[in-house]
Design a binder for this molecule. Structure first.
Ligand code: 13P
Length: 250
């Protein structure tokens, strides 16, 4: 059985003071023991969060990392090896908000590989825009985003990775994919992996992201191929985030 995971992507939110408050709220949550919980603060706050959550069963990840594993002359970037040194476990790769700024499959393959090369677990984010969905191209788009990694790095790369399906039209809009819409895409993702290696396909965790809240989490996480969530806005409220984590433990 796949162990559910709930991840909070804080995006570009937080000050030292608000992060301290959020850490305090997270520290007091009663989290279900059967769920992996992780938070993804801005780079600036990673050290604060790792120190503040010491001894708690919440992992920390970064929202982005460099195309090269090791430190070097790359102004403004953060190397995966530096994230490992800081105590990170995960890193998001290819969030749609970064794809919209110009990150493309070729660069994401390098980021994914660089992260894995130093032991970080990549969380590959894939998803279609509203225009692509309305044109009936959802599975084609998601299939291409996933396929580019499989082709270059092999399906085995997903033995130690997480995939987040985040329809762009559901991110921060209050619109959520229905549990069935999300399940259909998750099943297609798993089938694409299974065509290469069924063991990898059965083991990989597929998270849904896009306006997940405590109020809709139980239904979404109840679908057979949805193994948890990648939460944006609702992860900035510790109590709401805790309720979503508990929904994954049901
Ligand atoms: P929201 O939960 O705010 O829609 O964001 C989802 C997301 O982009 C998580 O990475």
């Amino acid at each position: 059985m796949r162990r559910p995971m709930v991840a909070g992507n804080w995006k570009m939110h937080g000050t030292r003071a608000s992060v301290a408050e959020l850490i305090n709220g997270l520290s007091h949550l009663a989290l279900p023991s059967g769920v992996d919980v992780a938070v993804f603060p801005p780079f600036l706050h990673i050290n604060q969060v790792i120190d503040g959550l010491k001894g708690k069963s919440i992992s920390v990840g970064a929202q982005n990392s460099a195309v090269e594993s090791m430190q070097g002359a790359l102004t403004g970037e953060v190397a995966p090896s530096q994230l490992v040194d800081a105590g990170c476990t995960f890193v998001l790769v290819g969030h749609s908000e970064r794809r919209q700024m110009g990150e493309q499959d070729g660069m994401l393959i390098r980021k994914f590989a660089a992260a894995q090369a130093c032991g970080l677990i990549p969380v590959l984010c894939i998803g279609e825009t509203l225009e692509q969905r309305e044109a009936g191209k959802t599975l084609e788009v998601v299939g291409r985003q996933l396929g580019s990694i499989i082709e270059e790095l092999g399906v085995g790369a997903f033995a130690n990775a997480v995939i987040a399906y985040e329809p762009v039209w559901a991110i921060g809009t209050g619109l959520t994919a229905s549990p069935q819409q999300a399940q259909d895409v998750h099943a297609a993702i798993r089938a694409q992996l299974a065509a290469e290696n069924s063991e990898v396909a059965q083991g990989v965790r597929l998270l849904y992201g896009g306006s997940v809240k405590a109020a809709n989490a139980v239904e979404l996480f109840g679908m057979p191929d949805i193994d948890g969530g990648l939460i944006g806005g609702a992860s900035l409220n510790a109590d709401e985030f805790g309720a979503i984590c508990r929904a994954a433990g049901n």
